[in-house]
Ligand binder design. Structure first.
Ligand code: 6R9
Length: 641
């Protein structure tokens, strides 16, 4: 399989971009022609950002798994689709060829059907990074069920909220998961999430750690036994459900600036086309390349660039169960050497954390197979960029800095490896079909350059095929969050600058969303969790620059009656946050305060709190309009280092 839509020169990029804007229908029809459809579309694109309503390939029918699996069987049956490297380097790795993966997806699709799962049903998946996770995802897609993968680090309470929001009736999980030297009891977390739950019909449990788990009669089933059942029934084929291009493929929850996480909904057709197109072009994927994306499938990066895109492109995707520092900080390099990895796609936070170990762990590791490096999840600072370039890529691998979001489904801004120029810490140029615009606070387009750049809030003028379609169960919220801040634009929530050549540099979120180690966390969510702690009167959470995580979480907490040890109370609050959201949302710093800087109308002045957390206590701007200006001095004086 080659890719007729692969862009291989700067001129070809410019031509593709131009055509994608001038004639999107023809442009995307040409790309989409390279996929397997049960029925072709009546119309390529219909849209308005008012409702919003976006429909790509309307009238077309397909099943994404036929594109990810069936169509490769004729020529690639024995080629590795997934390579799985376990957490423990002494345990044997697994290789699943296209034929193996096809068989397993069909088997598990039958297990789901045999347990009553139907098209449109929501299946929550809460698993560690094992092949069964990818199999469960694809099996849902095969039978038209909507998967909602929840990252293994979220708490029982977070799962319960998501189950309720998605009205899920089925769960697929594991007994436990290995991560570094930890053993995470996933099934037991699910059990806690299900206390009092009456809507979940079945929980299917795959065996990984074989930690003792409680199995409820009539509800909980072992994956392996269910497979045997469908085998005994003689179910081998699993007829793919016929899906409309606009049918939902999955829901993925992500944090916004207000309230609880939103269920971002992606549609089958557009998501398939876009993830494949961006994969083939950004990474200049060549069949046979081993692609190693280090994300977790619980995040959008894993959905798109571990599972769907590499497979729909007939590629080989490496799935790693563990973490970069276990058993030591050379683990990524060992994996690259072991499997002769060609493309490494990771997050700046991982690079910075490995930088901290120096180049010792890299010495003696053969990284000569590497051709292309990628980063995603947060802005990459120049120091990390150069370290990646020099010590990992040995200055011969183009680095792609890919900017995108859960809501965008796939990469929107990135250089194309070796094809369009890279610029350290700049995501550079938009993909064909992506029309970016920078606007000021009032929604007016920024046109003036200052010192060679224009700065503004990043919006997008027209839909690309994998734009989110709605937020599950609440279309108004989708409209309000993304399409109402600036009329007729999709608002990304990010600030950016653009140079005179058209390159973009993403500077970070301009809303109340934090990016901690590449994980999105809403300040409001963390505040709600802290406020649930007995004794807490009020809290305010902001981000501050953190050397490794990118951003750290700084919480200012008003606590009722502090009896005894402050540090114990801090630990108790952390425990509550862990219970309500998960360990990823634990504040790095908690400062107890007697009040918060508020305006006369009662709004917390986060700008001031942010500056104090950042250590910029000198220049706090005008504080005279505050209800109680003196509180600022108290907070400043007790600031945590
Ligand atoms: C894919 C993913 C989205 C937010 C996004 C932005 C930040 C992602 C970036 C980047 C600078 C990059 N972000 N990639 N910032 N440069 N290359 O990470 O999705 O978890 O939804 O986060 O991450 O702030 O708005 P998601």
């Amino acid at each position: 399989m080659s890719y007729p839509y692969q862009i291989t020169s700067l001129d070809a990029y410019k031509a593709a971009y131009k055509k994608s804007v001038e004639n999107p229908d023809e442009f995307w029809a040409d790309v989409a022609d390279n996929f397997v459809w049960k029925r072709k579309w009546d119309k390529v694109l219909e849209w308005n950002f008012n409702e919003p309503k976006v429909e790509w390939f309307k009238g077309a029918q397909l099943n994404i798994t036929e594109n990810c699996l069936d169509r490769h069987l004729a020529t690639k049956a024995n080629i590795p689709a997934l390579i799985w490297e376990p957490n423990d380097p002494d345990e044997h790795h697994r290789i699943l060829t296209y034929k193996d993966l096809y068989n397993k997806v069909c088997q598990f699709g039958n297990v789901l059907r045999n347990n009553g799962v139907k098209k449109g049903d929501r299946v929550c998946i809460y698993m560690g990074m094992i092949p069964e996770l990818a199999i469960a995802v694809l099996a849902c897609a095969r039978i038209g069920a909507i998967h909602s993968v929840v990252f293994g680090g979220f708490s029982a309470q977070s799962i319960a909220d998501r189950l309720y929001d998605a009205q899920a009736e089925y769960i697929v999980t594991c007994d436990g998961a290995y991560r570094g030297n930890k053993d995470i009891p996933l099934k037991s977390v699910i059990d806690d999430a299900l206390i009092g739950n009456r809507t979940i019909k079945k929980v299917i449990v795959s065996t990984r750690t074989r930690t003792p788990v409680s199995m409820l009669k009539g509800r909980d089933l072992w994956w392996e036994e269910e497979i045997k059942k469908v085998e005994t029934l003689g179910m081998t084929e699993c007829v793919p459900e016929v899906m409309d291009a606009e049918d939902p493929l999955f829901i993925l929850y992500t944090s916004g600036s207000t309230g609880k996480p939103k269920g971002v909904v992606h549609a089958c057709g557009g998501y398939m086309v876009w993830t494949n197109y961006t994969f083939v072009n950004t990474f200049q994927y060549t069949p046979g390349d081993i692609h190693f994306c280090t994300a977790d499938i619980g995040w959008i990066t894993g959905h798109s660039y571990i599972v769907y895109a590499p497979l729909s492109a007939g590629g080989t995707s490496l799935l790693f169960e563990g973490i970069p520092t276990f058993p030591d900080a050379g683990r990524f390099w060992d994996i690259i050497e072991k499997f002769r990895v060609n493309i490494l796609y990771t997050a700046p936070t991982a690079i910075r954390s490995l930088m901290g170990f120096g180049i010792g762990p890299l010495q003696g590791k053969d990284l000569s197979s590497l051709k292309i490096l990628g980063t995603v999840g947060e802005p990459i600072n120049e120091e990390a960029w150069h370290w990646y370039d020099e010590h990992v890529g040995k200055k011969k691998c183009p680095i792609v800095d890919t900017w995108w979001q859960t809501e965008t489904g796939g990469i929107l801004i990135s250089n194309l490896a070796g094809v369009t120029p890279a610029k350290p810490s700049w995501a550079t140029l938009p993909m064909p079909g992506v029309q970016c615009i920078l606007v000021d606070e009032n929604g007016k387009e920024v046109t003036e350059f200052e010192d060679g750049v224009k700065k503004g809030n990043l919006c997008i003028k027209a839909p690309w095929p994998s734009i989110l379609r709605t937020t599950y169960g609440d279309h108004e919220r989708c409209k309000l969050n993304y399409f109402s801040t600036y009329e007729n634009y999709y608002f990304t929530g990010d600030g950016a600058m653009q140079d005179e050549e058209g390159n973009f540099r993403i500077t970070g979120r301009v809303d109340d969303v934090l990016n901690v180690s590449g994980h999105r966390i809403g300040t409001a969510e963390v505040e709600n969790a802290i406020n649930m702690h007995a004794g807490v009167v009020e809290s305010a959470v902001v981000g501050y620059p953190h050397d490794i995580k990118g951003q750290g979480i700084y919480a200012y907490v008003i606590y009722g009656n502090m009896h005894g040890d402050e540090s114990l109370t801090r630990k108790d609050i952390l425990q509550t946050v862990t219970r309500v959201i998960g360990a990823i949302a634990k504040p790095d710093k908690i400062q107890f305060v007697t009040g918060l800087p508020k305006t006369r109308s009662g709004k917390i002045m986060r700008r001031i709190l942010r500056k104090i957390a950042e250590g910029e206590t000198e220049n706090l701007g005008d504080t005279s309009t505050l209800l109680d200006p003196l509180i600022v001095d108290e907070i400043k004086n007790n600031r945590l280092q």
